[in-house]
Design a protein around this ligand. Structure first.
Ligand code: ATP
Length: 377
């Protein structure tokens, strides 16, 4: 098994007019599962392809342990890749598909290859499919075969490129658990690309979040969720997304208030908060997660904001209450809170739950050094 290190890895296309991956530094420990997540076009697949050896970096290096593999041909790298479209040979049986990689990468005899495939198929519960051709299989079965084909080669590094995107929601959940189980069982270093932040949160030991080719943050799922280093990560990680309100800072003799007249917000910060946080800018973007918002059904007028309810979406465990504060402002509340559309309600939140992002850089300027360290390891 291997550590994987990406050292200032960069990929440009079209003579430098497209920078798909910009000077990416990332270290994945031996046996670790790192999920690379970000919106479409952020450079996830290009990064993975450079690790696989399918794409040549414009600059930067890729190391497996201490070995520089940047110039090593894909077929000589100890990696196995699993794709969204399964990439199975349609005319070969499951047995032949799974054995084919072994034929290419080992000196095993045909009998030994067949034995190893049969063992793996047994372990993965697909032994009864060995004589079938891919078009006789369901999507889930095809992906199990593709996984089995990858594992049977005993790679040092597993690379997954959106492998579950073609499956329905229930099967996706099952396969997520199965992939994690297999990865831990075989103790293989894994890099898993997805655009789905929920999938990333549930699967990775750590997440690497990319946007426009640039690494935004690397950290454990809960820490990235609690302490996003910037507005992009705050908005991307978490479903439903964090709410944002632009605020101006009004300082009195002894008080600091965050104000947005358009939404009727006047939020007094406590003396303690002001002492702990150096409020240097005259404006910020305030972020608050939907679950940290309280709804008062009969407002008394002293709430943080009063707002009209647009829609209430019951999801069983919670109600999503959409409010006309600004676009997509949403509170996630207890199902017992069920105002009607059009009702005026009170909206409250506490200062320990707010995030303040710098209006120009988007960075959360108030994370402490310890919080940043915890969220970026
Ligand atoms: P998606 O989730 O949509 O697959 P992604 O995050 O995997 O997106 P990449 O496929 O890595 O993103 O692409 C990153 C950027 O590089 C995009 O702007 C894409 O258009 C561009 N790109 C990728 N491959 C090439 C190529 N062969 N030639 C030119 N541009 C490319």
């Amino acid at each position: 098994m291997a550590d994987v290190t990406l050292d200032t890895l960069r990929k440009e296309f079209d003579r430098g007019t497209i920078v798909a991956v910009e000077d990416l530094d990332l270290e994945i420990e031996d046996g670790e599962f790192v999920t690379v997540v970000g919106p479409s076009g952020c450079g996830k697949t290009t990064t993975l392809r450079m690790v696989a050896g399918l794409e040549e970096p414009t600059s930067g290096r890729v190391y497996f342990d201490d070995e520089d593999v940047t110039e090593l041909h894909a077929k000589n790298r100890p990696v196995a890749m699993v794709f969204q479209n399964y990439a199975l040979y349609p005319h070969k049986t499951v047995m032949e598909n799974m054995a084919f990689g072994l034929k290419m990468s080992t000196d095993l005899s045909q009998a030994e290859r067949r034995e190893r495939v049969a063992e793996m198929a047994e372990m993965m519960g697909i032994a009864d499919l060995l004589d079938d051709k891919p078009d006789e299989l369901s999507g889930g079965q095809k992906q199990r075969v593709a996984l089995g084909r990858a594992i049977v080669r005993e790679p040092e590094v597993f690379l997954f490129d959106e492998p579950l995107s073609n499956l329905d929601a229930k099967l996706r959940t099952e396969m997520r658990a199965e992939i994690q189980k297999l990865q831990k069982e075989f103790d293989v270093t894994a890099m898993y690309v997805t655009h789905d932040q929920e999938e990333a949160m549930t699967m990775g030991d750590r997440l690497a979040i990319l946007n426009e080719g640039r690494l935004q943050q690397v950290g454990k799922p809960t820490e990235v969720y609690q302490n996003p280093v910037n507005e992009f990560v705050a908005g991307f990680i978490g479903s439903p997304s964090m709410n944002f309100i632009d605020v101006a800072v009004e300082s009195g003799d002894r008080s600091v208030t965050l104000v947005n007249e358009a939404v009727g917000l006047e939020f007094d910060l406590s003396a303690e908060y002001v002492t702990d946080h150096a409020i240097e800018s005259d404006s910020y973007t305030l972020g608050i997660r939907p679950e940290n918002i309280g709804i008062i059904e009969n407002p008394a007028g002293d709430e943080t904001i009063t707002a009209a309810v647009e829609v209430v979406e019951p999801i069983g465990s919670d109600n999503y209450v959409h409010l006309d504060v600004n676009d997509d402002f949403l509170a996630r509340s207890d199902p017992s809170i069920k105002p009607e559309a059009g009702d005026e309600v009170g909206v409250t939140f506490g200062e320990t739950d707010i995030h303040l992002f710098h209006p120009e850089t988007g960075e959360d300027v108030f994370l402490t050094e310890e919080e940043v360290a915890a969220a970026t390891i």
